[in-house]
Design a binder for this molecule. Structure first.
Ligand code: UFG
Length: 339
């Protein structure tokens, strides 16, 4: 039975939310984070929400010796590997850092899992592995296409490593979870997305415009082949996404070998529809201006999520409006991020 779960990157946006979901489902998460893109104070916030202060190690997953000590001190039943660099644009500027950090850490974790006989692994993959989609919705059986940036390439390579690893030792259970666009925040307003500097992603940008921290939203392109010309994505509330990890752990516990699931809502929402949802949910106006397209963006990307529902019994419960409300609540309570 899976009980103790190592959560790498467990103080980050999705990791911390998953730690809460794990605690609420009776698991014991143990967090490793190097604080590259997270704050140690998240730990106290997790305790306020759950009443539990999880064991935490400040360590870098690429540091094999440090990680070996942590594996030796604990008896892990499963690992959820969130830790990794995730900024698409930055990955184009710093490809080596992305390859070394993301692939290196995944290899260290898998190697130590083999060494310590930890047989269950969940990997944070991304819809980016589908590249430029030929059609939507995207199914797990759709081909993995050439990556458009080094960040995406690391996700494709690590998926490949996991496939080879599972083939070499069929006693391992591995879930590759392909996230679509995670947004929202914990309803308490204590945890949420806290990007460094000016946000690259749409929802944190909108939230910062909403509190007056940024003057205006730039909408990148209104000539896409979509409902209103703006890009369409599958925005999933981070609380639902966290639950998807708990559902995946249950599947691993039953013994499943390597499995792949899309985690999305199955519904596409355009940039302007998200702006409207944010305005309606929060009763405020978001000023925006239309700009040219952002390089590398695709018209539409959204998931078919039938497989996750059939095999995991998981589907999203929250709406885009819920996510807009929770994101704004978090942003208002943390105008300068999590300190
Ligand atoms: N957009 C704007 N203005 C902004 C930011 C974004 O108009 O200020 C638009 C984009 O052009 C796109 C949509 O909002 O149409 C969503 O953009 P995001 O940057 O929020 O998200 P992406 O879909 O580009 O990227 C996300 C993740 C990546 C992942 C990718 C594909 O952030 O990690 O999905 O799965 F690689």
């Amino acid at each position: 039975m899976i009980h103790n779960v190592l959560v790498t990157g467990g103080l980050g946006f999705i990791g911390s939310e998953t730690v809460i979901a794990l605690i609420e489902s009776g698991y014991t998460p143990i967090i490793v984070d190097n604080l590259f893109n997270a704050k140690e104070s998240v730990l106290g916030r997790i305790e306020v929400i759950t009443g539990v202060s999880p064991r935490y190690y400040r360590a870098d997953c690429c540091d094999e010796n440090a990680m070996r000590k942590i594996f030796a001190e604990n008896k892990f039943d499963a690992v959820i590997h969130f830790a990794g660099y995730k900024a698409v644009g930055e990955s184009v500027e710093k490809p080596l850092e992305y390859y070394q950090n993301n692939i290196g850490s995944a290899c260290v974790i898998l190697k130590l899992m083999r060494e310590f006989g930890v047989k269950n692994f969940v990997f944070s993959s991304s819809a980016t592995v589908y590249g430029v989609p030929e059609s939507v919705p995207l199914f797990e059986t759709d081909p993995v296409r050439e990556a458009t940036n080094p960040y995406g390439a690391t996700k494709i390579i690590i998926e490949g490593i996991c496939k080879d690893f599972a083939k070499a030792d069929p006693s391992f259970n591995i879930a590759l979870l392909r996230y679509f666009n995670p947004i929202g925040a914990h309803p308490s307003g204590l945890l949420g997305e806290d990007p460094n500097g000016i946000p690259n992603n749409l929802m944190p940008y909108i939230s910062q415009v909403a509190i007056g921290k940024l003057p205006v939203l730039h909408v990148y392109g209104n000539d896409y082949n979509t409902v209103d010309g703006t890009g369409v994505r599958d925005y999933i509330h981070v609380v639902d996404l966290a639950e998807g990890h708990v559902a995946a752990l249950k599947k691993l516990d039953a013994g499943c070998g390597l499995v792949i699931y899309n985690l999305g809502t199955g519904k596409g929402t355009s940039v302007l529809e998200l702006v409207k949802a944010f305005e309606d949910a929060n009763g405020i106006k978001i000023p925006y201006q239309i700009e040219g397209r952002r390089p590398g963006d695709v018209d539409a990307s959204y998931a078919n999520c039938d497989k996750a529902f059939k095999e995991l019994g998981w589907k999203t419960k929250l709406t885009v409006e819920d996510a807009c409300r929770d994101a704004y609540n978090f942003q208002k309570k943390n105008p300068n991020g999590i300190l």
